[in-house]
Design a protein around this ligand. Structure first.
Ligand code: HEC
Length: 117
C-alpha cells in the first residue's frame, strides 16, 4: 500500500515536469524553421521571386504573366501559412520548386513577399 502511493507521487511529479517544459518552444502558426531563424524576410523574398517566379507570374507578380495569374491581393485568397503550403506543394501546371530549388526558408521569404502584393 505504502509503496504504490510513492509511485503515484513520483509519476505525478514527472508529468508536471514534462508538461512544464514544452509550451514556450513552438507557438502555433509561427514561421520558426530552425535554430535562431529570423522572421521571413520580404526583401529576400522579392529577389527569390524575380529569380524563380517572375517568368510565369510577371516581373513583380502584380501584373501576371503569360503562364501564371497575377498575384495581386493574393493575401485575400490565401493567408501566409496557406501560401507557404501552396508554394511547397502547388497544383499543376505550377511547378514544384520545393525542395529541389527552394529551401524552406526561401519559400517562407517568397511567401512573405507575395502576401504584400
Ligand atoms: C512555370 C510557371 C510557374 C512558376 C515558375 C511559378 N508559378 Fe505560381 N502558378 C502558376 C500557374 C499556372 C498557377 C495557376 C495554378 C492554378 O490556379 O491551378 C500558379 C498559381 C500560383 C499561386 C496561386 C494563385 C491563386 O490563384 O490564388 C500562387 C500564390 C503562386 N502561383 C505563387 C508562385 C510563387 C511564389 C512562385 C515562385 C516561387 C511561383 N508561383 C512560380 C505558374 C507558375
Amino acid at each position: 500500500m505504502r509503496r504504490s502511493w510513492c509511485w503515484c507521487l513520483v509519476l505525478a511529479a514527472l508529468a508536471a515536469l514534462f508538461s512544464g517544459c514544452s509550451p514556450a518552444q513552438t507557438a502555433k502558426g509561427d514561421t520558426y524553421s530552425g535554430p535562431g531563424a529570423a522572421p521571413a524576410d520580404r526583401a529576400a523574398g522579392a529577389k527569390i521571386f524575380s529569380n524563380n517566379c517572375a517568368t510565369c507570374h510577371g516581373a513583380t507578380g502584380v501584373e501576371g504573366g503569360s503562364v501564371g495569374p497575377s498575384l495581386r491581393r493574393e493575401n485575400e485568397r490565401m493567408d501566409y501559412s496557406t501560401l507557404v503550403s501552396w508554394i511547397k506543394d502547388p497544383a499543376p501546371p505550377m511547378p514544384h520548386l520545393y525542395p529541389k530549388v527552394l529551401t524552406t526558408r526561401e519559400v517562407e521569404d517568397v511567401a512573405a513577399y507575395v502576401s504584400t502584393l
